[in-house]
Design a protein around this ligand. Structure first.
Ligand code: FAD
Length: 309
């Protein structure tokens, strides 16, 4: 039965998630809403709880593989992009739907140092905090002072030191409260805008040269201690391997990619096969960095068993 939502929320039914993920695959969300103000985000979260719906906040879907069977409940597409800068306090406050790459550009124009690495991280501030995203030797743990977190029972400012940051991980993962990042406060320095702009151009050039184009979510597997997932996959002879509509990029072996109109199931088959063959070759079980969202069947256990805390 269709649920009744407040009129302030323009909720769509059966929204295809392939439109909202960088893989370009994934079935429909039962309900889907785009929010541009923090109060709308709060309203959407509270409404999902009131209606007894599972809620999933998504940024730009650049680290998500959504099941072909879709997602239960309400998916909230976070486009809250507010930005405040108090130069004297050496802090910036950014809403969680702000694009990371645009934040890097905005900070550089304002002469703010600390977030140039964000040029290499597609997606939103909220998604980056969730996964402690990083690039070029920095990450969210290194620059975040605190985050305003919504937990259903209320919201509070949580110091970054209490967010359990580790390599591509935070305490927001698999958390029964399903906490949501509303806003972030970053510690920053000042520098000359021209210096920062040159740095950004250089980093963007490096990224373009090293990463394949196409439909993927960046690195699919985390790097194991002291090694690189891409090196292990390539050395197992898997570059270019294909499972129907999914394939390992011939440019970078840790980029599992999808054809146009591909299927999430094919990506899952490819990931399971890749994990198995690397384990056979090297005795190392690769752990996915990409998050699996929605109605997956039991095959997902094969990929996540003992490896995806
Ligand atoms: C070309 C390419 C290159 C990439 N390079 C890098 C890289 O160099 N380094 C790196 O770390 N990552 C990289 N990634 C992966 C991706 O960019 C990051 O993981 C990014 O932080 C995901 O942000 P997102 O907003 O798209 O999150 P989504 O994919 O939308 O969501 C990912 C997870 O975060 C959760 N989430 C999203 N927003 C919130 C919120 N506000 N509160 C709570 N949970 C939330 C979602 O529920 C989901 O579980 C790359 C991806 C691509 C496509």
């Amino acid at each position: 039965m269709t649920k009744k939502f407040p009129s302030a929320l323009q909720v769509r039914c059966n929204e295809p998630m392939a439109r909202h993920t960088s893989f370009g695959v994934g079935g429909p969300a039962d309900y889907w809403v785009e929010v541009r103000k923090l109060d709308a985000l709060r309203l959407a979260l509270a409404t999902a709880d009131e209606l007894g719906l599972t809620r999933t906040v998504m940024g730009h879907g650049t680290n998500a593989l959504v099941a072909d069977a879709g997602i239960d409940g309400l998916v909230i597409y976070n486009r809250c992009t507010g930005f405040k800068h108090a130069r004297s306090k050496r802090e910036i406050q950014v809403e969680s739907g702000h694009s990371m790459a645009q934040l890097a550009g905005r900070c550089a124009r304002l002469g703010i140092r600390g977030l140039t690495f964000a040029i290499g991280v597609p997606g939103t501030v909220g998604g980056a905090i969730y996964g402690n995203a990083g690039a070029f030797g920095s990450n969210m743990a290194a620059v975040l002072a605190s985050a305003r977190i919504w937990r259903g029972s209320g919201e509070q400012d949580t110091p970054a030191t209490e967010l359990g940051f580790a390599y591509r991980r935070s305490s927001l993962h698999n958390n029964p409260d399903n906490p949501v990042v509303l806003e972030a406060t970053f510690r920053v320095e000042t520098d000359r805008a021209s210096v920062l702009r040159d740095e950004l151009l250089d980093l963007a050039r490096k990224r373009r040269a090293s990463q394949p184009q196409g439909r993927h979510a960046g690195s699919f597997f985390k790097n194991p201690d002291g090694d690189f997932a891409g090196r292990l996959i390539e050395a197992s002879g898997l570059k270019g391997l294909r499972h129907n509509t999914a394939f390992i990029s011939p440019v970078h072996a840790n980029f599992l990619s999808s054809d146009r109109d591909g299927r999430a199931d094919d990506v899952l088959d490819l990931a399971i096969d890749t994990q198995r063959r690397v384990a056979e070759s090297f005795g190392i079980v690769l752990v996915p960095e990409v998050r699996f969202i929605g109605r997956w069947d039991e095959r997902i256990e094969e990929l996540l068993h003992e490896s995806h805390p």
